[in-house]
Each structure stands twice: as C-alpha cells, then as structure tokens.
Write a protein that binds this ligand. Structure first.
Ligand SMILES: *Cc1c(COP(=O)(O)O)cnc(C)c1O
Length: 237
C-alpha cells in the first residue's frame, strides 16, 4: 500500500470538516450552558441542513447528530425519506415559514414545527395531526423585533395565540421561537422571548443561530438552530 492510498479524498476531507465543526459547536454549547449554571443537556442542537444534499448531510449523521432542521417542506421531502431509512431515529424540525396548503405534507414528514404563527395555519395543522394521527410538537414563532416583513406573532398577541393553540386546538406547544432582526444585538430579543414563555408556562426556547447561539444558550435556549457553522456557507439566495 503506497502513501497516497491513505490520503483523504476531497469529499472525505469535507466530511471530516463538518464532523469537526459539529464537535466544536457541541463543546461550545456545553461550555456556555455550564458557565450560565444550566444543567447539562439543557440545550438541543438542531443542525440546519437546508440547501445541503443527502451526501453532505450523511457525514453529520455518521458523527452522531440526529436532530435536523429544514426550512422548506418540498426540499426536505426530496432528501429525508431516503436518509431516514438509513437513520430511523432522526428527529426532523421545520424551521421555515409554512403555507396551509403544505400542512398535510409537513405533518407527515416533520416531528417538530417551529413556525406556528397564525390562526389559519394552527387550525390546518391541528386538523392534519388528527387526520394522520400524528403527535407533533410546536413552537410559536414570535416576531420580537416587530418587523413588518417578518413572520411571527406580535409580542402583545402572543399570550392569546398560545392559549388558542393549546387550549382550543389542543396542540402540543413546547415553547417559543424567534429570529431577531439582523441589525440588532440579539440578547434583548432572547430575553423578551424567555419572558413571554415564562408567563405562559412554556419551557421551550428555540433561539440562536450560527452567529449568536452562545448568547442564546446563556439566556436559556433549549434549542439552537445552527446551519452554516456546521455545514459551511450557503449560496446566497
Ligand atoms: C437558516 C436558518 C437558521 C440557521 O442559520 P445559520 O446562520 O446558517 O446558522 C436558523 N434558523 C432559521 C429560521 C433559519 O432559516
């Protein structure tokens, strides 16, 4: 066997890169939680694999990651049913906006939906969970920056909307989710989300992305949604 037989192929090098970055992020999450005095294992890392194909996702699965986030139903339908036959214990999270006409497909494919933000979609999802006998968990997305173009329920409407989802529609609301405005310091948005969750008796906080997940963990994130820091940068839309 010559020395070149042992040289990693470019594809293998990329795979070990993603696995190494994943290990780094897990370590950072653990350290930030510990520094903040939170119990070990309080934060779930959601690896955001949007725009990456099955071959790019597989090494991250092989490195032991099982919780993944996607932002488009159709894109996820193209790659996850196949990966799931290899890795049946995957938990799939929808983190992107959802139209009611996709509720049926979303309920069939995903385990957790982070973008519950209006009555129409809440009713459609509740009906689909019943029809398909599926028990999904939900996060209510709150538009903490009150940005007109952004999805999410307004902070002052959150309590009523949570009550509708939980009490009237019987949805399993695990917590709240936010995406702070790009130009703001995220910490005040994370703190506001935590405050709205606390007054509604909700334990889950889906907050923090590649750029700010450490701050989110310190402020109580139970789920951080990290994409580019694991998989590398995405082509700009
Ligand atoms: C893409 C996306 C992420 C991950 O973003 P990165 O900056 O790549 O970590 C997290 N949350 C939502 C809602 C996203 O759409």
């Amino acid at each position: 066997m010559s020395a070149t037989d042992n040289a990693p192929s470019p594809a293998a090098a990329n795979q070990s890169d993603a696995a190494a970055r994943l290990a780094d992020i897990r370590e950072t999450v653990t350290r930030a939680g510990k520094d903040a005095g939170r119990p070990a294992g309080s934060t779930t890392l959601v690896a955001v694999s949007k725009t990456f194909d099955a071959e790019e996702i597989r090494p991250v699965l092989c490195a032991g990651q099982r919780v993944f986030g996607e932002n488009r139903v159709q894109e996820a339908q193209g790659k996850w049913p196949g990966l799931r036959t290899e890795f049946p214990d995957v938990e799939l999270h929808l983190i992107g906006p959802l139209q009611s006409n996709k509720a049926k497909d979303a309920v069939a494919l995903f385990d957790v939906i982070h973008t519950l933000d209006r009555e129409k979609i809440a009713r459609a999802l509740a009906a689909e969970c019943l029809a398909q006998d599926r028990a999904l968990r939900f996060f209510v997305q709150v538009n903490t920056g009150e940005e007109p173009q952004k999805a999410g329920i307004a902070p002052h409407e959150a309590d009523d909307f949570i009550a509708l989802c939980r009490d009237e529609l019987g949805l399993d609301v695990a917590g709240l989710m936010c995406i702070p405005p790009a130009e703001d310091t995220p910490a005040p948005h994370f703190a506001l989300l935590a405050k709205i969750a606390a007054r509604n008796g909700l334990a889950g906080l889906s907050m923090g992305m590649s750029a700010d997940f450490e701050s989110a963990v310190r402020l109580g994130a139970t789920h951080v949604r990290v994409g580019s820091a694991i998989f590398g940068s995405r082509p700009r839309p």
